[in-house]
Design a protein around this ligand. Structure first.
Ligand SMILES: [Zn+2]
Length: 107
């Protein structure tokens, strides 16, 4: 697993900007070190701590409701995406609430 965003590659979305579907091309993000240290070093850039009120999420970020860690993808996240929260090992699906992307646990 190189990215918390699951199942996107399987769906054949790996030819970006090639298809002009209504879905549109996803914006890509370069992830930097966040100081998050609760997962192995290789995966640290995919997570960061939620700073609470005043913090905001980028297009490629979603908040894990279980452990309140922000999951970051190298691609823009959209409603319906499935992501994996490594710190609490939850499988999540992206939804939108109050204008921000929020993940819900998939059982
Ligand atoms: Zn979590």
């Amino acid at each position: 697993m190189d990215d918390p965003l699951l199942e996107l590659n399987k769906a054949g979305s790996e030819q970006p900007e090639a298809r002009n579907s209504s879905d549109g091309a996803r914006q890509r993000f370069v992830l930097g070190e966040t100081g998050f240290n609760e997962v192995p070093r290789k995966y640290r850039k995919f997570y960061r701590k939620w700073q609470g009120e005043g913090d905001s999420l980028a297009l490629n970020e979603v908040l894990c409701p279980v452990c309140l860690v922000v999951i970051r993808s190298s691609r823009e996240l959209r409603v319906g995406d499935r992501v994996y929260c490594m710190p609490c090992m939850s499988r999540l699906i992206v939804t939108r609430e109050d204008g921000i992307l929020l993940a819900k646990v998939v059982y």
